[in-house]
Design a protein around this ligand. Sequence first.
Ligand code: GLU
Length: 547
Amino acid sequence: MSKELANLVFPNIDKTPEYYEELYPKRNLSDGAVVTRFAPSPTGFIHIGSLFTANFASRFARQTNGVYYLRIEDTDGKREVEDGINVIINGLKVFDVKFDEGPVDENNQVGNYGPYIQSQRKEIYQAFAKSLIEKGLAYPCFCTEEELDKIRERQEKLKIRPGYYGEFAACRKMSEAQMIERINNGEKFIVRLKSPGNPNKKVRYTDLIRGVIEFPENDQDIVIIKSDGLPTYHFAHAVDDHLMRTTHVIRGEEWISSVPLHLQLFEMLGFELPTYVHMPTIMKDDNGSKRKISKRKDPEAAASYYKENGIPKEAVLDYLLNILNSNYELWRKENPKASSFDFVISPEKISVSGAMFDLVKLADVSKNTIANFTAEEVYTQGLEWAEEFDKELAELMKKYEAFTKGILNIERTGTKVRKDIAKWSDLRDNLEYLYDEVFFEKEHEDEWQNVTDKETIKAILEEYLKVYDENDDKDTWFNKMKDVSEKFGFAREVKEYKKNPESFKGHVGDVSTVIRVALTGRRNTPDLYEILKQLGRERIVKRFERI
Ligand code: GLU
């Protein structure tokens, strides 16, 4: 009898679950290999939480010689946008998240477990739904929106939990003959699970991050196939993760409450259970209170924010790994130049209480990350950003390529490494004053009028040019600075000045300031000796002459 009903519900489905079991055999992987996936809806947007999860999942698979695949969950037509698949693939590629299987663009897919786009898997879901109907584990439901509204109203009045279950599951009680008749009459229907659950009983499962979790059993007759013939998330999750031979379902914690239903579905379908890993939600501090990072309120919720704002992907990844495993920070300190892929992540070390995300902390991490780049890397990545977001700076960087790299190389090695770039947009401030085009456009008077009087400034600069030799090593250079200081009544040493401030106009540091400001228009710059060397005599003279 159920066979007749199943054939009537899915007249065009001739394949069986056995057929698909054979088509997608168990994967031949080494012990402990993790097969996991990224399963986004193509909404045209990658949330920082998704990036957090994908960054973990892809590394986890890679670390175990497993498989990381992309599955596009496009069964909810309302949420999709054009080009959604490319946005996902390209958006994640920026952060080194790559897939072993799945769609590679709108038209092509790789891997033996496809198609990896749910809308192309309609027949597969229907074959499994059909077999559930045959076994009496699912049924067509004819309830209209109005009828469902009435059920909801009744439940509200009675103050009991909402849903299609027990006495409220009207179509569940219908005889098969009745169902067959209504289908034959051309009535519209969807397919529901005939849940065997009892909410007074408990189910338990072990989450890899959270440990043992206990829930009441599911008793909702949830929709498995919608009126458009496509599956709901829950049903697709069970069928796809089984057939694609997923070992670990890594997803956001908003799915935890659905686990009882998923356990039930897996059992009813006769599938082996995957390991569940529910990732913490990304939170932020909003004036002292903790809340979810939100697509609507927080620009940093978008994975694309970081590129636009010139925060290098290495920094974002370092920071996301800090949030993921608290021992990463120390590892990074000990291995400043290593690839983050050398770090072994542990799911057990993921915090369960929500991951705090803080742009100030990220900027801090980013300064360290960039401090570990070579000047060449800073130049290349900085220029790439500038080409898109600060064209004027890009032109200057290209015009003075060697000079720019020389400047970027100052204090980049050795014990005192500069940490003054948190994002590529900081490069403008770090570089522009050194380019003639910008330097000569501005007056720098205020910067140094309080160091000493104008006459002395002029005299110092004149004298300095006389003694300056580009070939001097740093000690010789500094001794000459001291000589110049002495000549104009400044102390050779700061200590000397401090002992007897009345006897001097100032000290050697003030003379350095005079030269620094004359050359750069600023009181704070990287190492002056190095800047002089990079500028070269000709530029130095030109800049001094201005005064
Ligand atoms: N498509 C689901 C989502 O957007 C995926 C959840 C999962 O990874 O199973 O959240």
